[in-house]
Design a protein around this ligand. Structure first.
Ligand code: CA
Length: 230
């Protein structure tokens, strides 16, 4: 096989200086970089280029970053593209979470480029791992990394992207106890500032999702230690 193609990263940012700094640094990391200065252009470029990852500013003229994210995550063909949302204030991040746009990660401005690059790499590692992954099974639960589908007792389960990654982490090693910090590392990526309470919130959602057609809650809370599947 020839060398793998460089991943394409789409940068969506209306501030020219910020857009160029991002594009320059992503290019220096070896990525193929595409730029969009507004939401409409971003949506067109996604269709045209099928990028491997999108760095998306929240504040954009006309179609906001949130709306771009929502549209892409509601489409079957684009929902698997990881989106890292850039936001000017921490309160916005809370709002983003509240709105459940499905963004895969959030970075608060002003951000460190080193940190942002680490998050980009973490997201790409995850999608690559999932792309070569095999079906995982635990009791009556089946997770298919290729189609991003989860079944329980042969019924399809609806899961958000974070819950999906949590479940794949659990299903790689059933019975293993994961601390909140380990889950943050695996699911949200290293060097990322996310409160450990966020883990609890998403575990709650995962439990609900796993039981949406009935069945027992397979996620075990291990007091003082964390969580395990089975
Ligand atoms: Ca902006």
């Amino acid at each position: 096989m020839s060398q793998p193609e460089q991943p394409t990263v789409l940068v969506v940012e209306d501030e020219p200086a910020q857009r160029e700094v991002l594009a320059y640094n992503l290019g220096a990391e070896g990525f193929t970089v595409a730029r969009a200065e507004n939401g409409e252009e971003a949506l067109l470029l996604v269709d045209e280029l099928a990028p491997d990852l999108i760095v998306l500013d929240w504040m954009l003229p006309s179609v906001s970053g949130i709306e771009v994210c929502r549209r892409l995550k509601s489409r079957q063909d684009t929902r698997g593209i990881p989106i890292i949302m850039l936001s000017a204030r921490a309160e916005e991040v809370d709002r983003v979470r509240g709105l459940e746009t499905g963004a895969d990660d959030y970075v608060i401005k002003p951000y460190s480029l080193v940190e942002l690059m680490a998050r980009v790499r973490a997201q790409l590692r995850r999608t690559r791992a999932a792309a070569v992954g095999q079906r995982l099974e635990f009791e009556d639960i089946v997770l298919d990394p290729e189609t991003h589908k989860v079944f329980r007792a042969e019924q399809t389960l609806k899961l958000g992207p974070t819950e999906f990654r949590l479940l794949s982490t659990f299903m790689e090693k059933p019975g293993r106890v994961w601390s909140r910090e380990q889950l943050l590392d695996r699911v949200w990526g290293r060097d990322i500032y996310v409160d450990t309470r966020t883990v609890d919130v998403h575990i709650g959602r995962l439990r609900k999702a796993l039981c949406q057609h009935g069945g027992d809650d397979p996620v075990r809370t291990v007091r003082g230690a964390g969580y395990a599947l089975g």
